[in-house]
Design a protein around this ligand. Sequence first.
Ligand code: TRP
Ligand code: SF4
Length: 409
Amino acid sequence: MSTVDPQRRVLSGMRPSGRLHLGHYHGVLKNWVKLQHEYECFFCIVDWHALTTDYDDVGNIAQHVSDMAVDWLAAGVSPSSANMFIQSQVPEHAELHLLLSMICPLSWLERVPSYKEQQDQLHHKDLGTYGFLGYPLLQAADILLYRAGLVPVGSDQLPHIEFAREVARRFNHLYGREPGFEAKAEAAILRLGKKTAKLYNSLRKAFQEQGDTEALDTARALLKEVQSITLGDKERLFGYLEGGGKVLLPEPHALLSEAPKMAGLDGGKMATSHFKGGNSNAIFLRDTPAEVEDKLRRMPTDPARVHRDDPGEPSRCPVWQLHEVYSDEPTLHWVQQGCRSAGIGCIDCKGPLIEAVQAELKPLQLRALDYQDSPEVVRNILAEGAERARDEARETLIDVRAALGLNYR
Ligand code: TRP
Ligand code: SF4
């Protein structure tokens, strides 16, 4: 039984869609870069998920994967802090997906909101496939495979995380405790040392025989302080207090990242979800300074501000949303004043923004240089990430197989 602390472990995934843009950076990647120093992080390029919708257009997957990996690295995901890897290079994702499919009711999959939504949105495509229906279960397997307690995602993913929780709960309910739980718990008690063991036993008895909840609280506090036993034993003893077992697949929770509202270049959303249409309206992390300038200059503004003399209203202008992300107070003030009084033109208004975006992207692009012309370096990083991920995944599968009776040793 592995001794993972799910509350210290983060997993997230991104569909390989090619080059990433500012929406990804502010909505997701900046958060990952922060998390990698605080948690044990697994960041997965979910190429199998791409196949669930793009099975008829597979020619670009490898290129999209490597572009995405370079952009992660450019954004500051560090291979020495986080494990970044390709889903299909860890085939254990498929095994867990298959095993979970045995217990996953069809109706649960059919009522995940994205199922019908995406079918409607991508109506030109036949998404009446087995793989597409199973999309959320594959995602659940991604998470549960690492016993990750924390999943940084945007709010659009909340139903998927809730679904993963339900699957975990059902699995734990059906297969309950690890094999030989009681004996292992008793052995763990002995390892507490004589005094603590005695106290633990009497508190446990008080709770189980007299329903003394104060004793339960005291026992929990006692266990928290204990340093002499492994995390796995500790979890067993927490479970043993109430008669339950150590949970096989911990229930994950979303770590909601606050994605700033970021306008796309056409005034629509700079979509972070690749379901949601093209990325042609975005500034890419590896756009040159000239491209950044050109795209921002062409970006539409307040539609009511037709002539230079017409006053404008920032709240109607997509450029303003970018200012809110990039500009300091004095600049924001200058924009509002200047726009509403027609004191500044839209090209003036965009000036500081162009500079800010170019300055932000500069260090990313410098880092990207290290990788974009050395595909073998990126390949190695992903291969090493997959190796480390597999080590963890194998541990989980040993327990899962045993729980399902697939125990042939
Ligand atoms: N479904 C996610 C999206 O579209 C991608 C994803 C796949 C994912 N597996 C995951 C996200 C596991 C978090 C955890 O954005
Ligand atoms: Fe938008 Fe700025 Fe032009 Fe006002 S001045 S409409 S905020 S670009």
